[in-house]
Design a protein around this ligand. Structure first.
Ligand SMILES: [Zn+2]
Ligand SMILES: [Zn+2]
Length: 403
């Protein structure tokens, strides 16, 4: 926690605006409307004070909480690596911190560090909005919108009641009109920001990801496909991943840790627990996967297999991908089961031209494909437990030999 973040002009301005709105709402709008001593006045003042304190509380959390630091022990995880180019290793390493960064992590130039699930750097809270304070930020916008709409309504009630008495008092009339313009402007601004973040939460997107996905979405539309954001897991799940699983606590700004996200960061440890491989590990025989080092080599392999009327298994992997490294020896044992009538090859996607990877339609690591007559017949995407992947590959091979 850093209290120093409070001492910035924008943060102090926000607090000042909050104080001003609170003061005029209670001592001008409510007081001139029904009187602060009346029961209606007391009730409105109490409700508004409650809202204002929730705003202040949420603001404090946004400012004080660390938005999410990449753990020093973090190692590139591969559980759900959605890499899309041959420079995947580079893009997952920050070129400013020189450290690996998990998915959805971005480097903030203002904070001079990488921030987990970074949304944007917010001047008004003098902090990044990221993994740990996004919910507080959203809740702050929510309460601030409700409070400013509430204050505007009270102002309108007050102006209607005292319209005649204000007519003779020019300075007071000017002040009320200025307040009205300010409150309506504030309500519209905050309301728009709130709608924008509701949209982002419903799609499980960050502001950065929204701008990044614009091109992908345009390309998808152009080719007549519908675009779905990589982390979009359905509206309800998207909402609970930010606001927490308990609906009662949705409006509480304190952060609800999402076990899935934490799991992703600790994915390397999770891999170690990946059991159920004993039956395969017991088999002493394994056949090394033949390396394919380029497009012409790939064509040569295909041609030879075609001449012999054989199928070929191509394993697409990345040197940086732990899931791939983990899977490789299991596939070598599987290769032994089918040796020599079926050959297994592996391609390091970072070592071959991207053209070959895109020709094979590989988008995820690791991908295991079955090719015959120079055509891709079937594929298994191996993002899950290794023994299940091996079983699926075996099934794919057996289905192929039946047909
Ligand atoms: Zn960085
Ligand atoms: Zn920042």
């Amino acid at each position: 926690m850093s209290c120093r973040r409070f001492f910035s002009i924008p943060v102090l301005s926000v607090i000042l605006v909050m104080g001003f709105v609170y003061y005029v709402t209670l001592f001008v709008f409510i007081d001139d409307w029904v009187g602060l001593q009346s029961s209606a006045g007391k009730l409105n003042a109490l409700l508004f004070s409650f809202l204002a304190s929730l705003c202040l509380f949420s603001l404090s959390i946004c400012v004080l909480v660390d938005p999410g630091r990449v753990p020093a022990s973090y190692d590139p995880d591969v559980e759900d690596s959605g890499w899309s180019n041959s420079n995947a290793t580079e893009t997952r390493k920050c070129d400013k911190c020189f450290a690996y960064k998990p998915l959805r992590t971005h480097h903030c130039r203002v904070c001079r560090r990488c921030v987990l699930k970074m949304d944007h750097h917010c001047l008004w809270i003098n902090n990044c909005v990221g993994y740990a304070n996004y919910k507080a930020f959203f809740i702050l916008v929510f309460y601030a919108t409700v409070a400013s709409i509430y204050s505007t309504v009270l102002l309108v009630c007050c102006a209607f009641k005292n319209g005649d008495s204000y007519a003779g008092n020019v300075p007071l009339k000017t002040f009320i009109i200025s307040c009205g313009i300010f409150m309506i402007g504030l309500s519209i601004t905050l309301g728009t920001l709130l709608c924008w973040h509701i949209y982002l939460i419903a799609h499980n997107m960050t502001t950065i990801e929204h701008y990044d996905s614009k091109r992908a979405s345009w390309l998808a539309r152009k080719s007549g496909q519908s675009f779905r954001h990589q982390f979009d897991i359905g509206v309800y799940k998207n909402i609970t991943s930010v606001l927490g699983p308990n609906m009662i606590k949705w409006l509480c700004p304190t952060f609800t840790r999402n076990p899935e996200d934490a799991e992703r960061i600790r994915a390397v440890d999770a891999l170690k627990q990946d059991g159920g491989l004993q039956e395969l590990d017991d088999s002493p025989v394994s056949v090394e996967l033949g390396p394919i080092c380029g497009e012409s080599h790939f064509d040569q392999v295909m041609e030879e297999a075609q001449k012999l009327g054989e199928s070929v298994v191509i394993v697409w992997m990345a040197a940086w991908c732990r899931k791939c490294i983990y899977l490789k020896p299991k596939l070598e044992k599987l290769a032994a089961e089918f040796y020599p009538r079926l050959r297994f090859y592996h391609v390091d996607v970072n070592a071959v031209p991207y053209r070959l990877v895109s020709r094979a339609g590989v988008t995820k690591m690791p991908t295991i494909q079955l090719w015959r007559d120079g055509q891709k017949q079937a594929e298994v995407i191996g993002g899950h437990k290794a023994h299940l992947v091996v079983n699926e590959v075996r099934e794919m091979i057996e289905n192929d030999s039946i047909s």
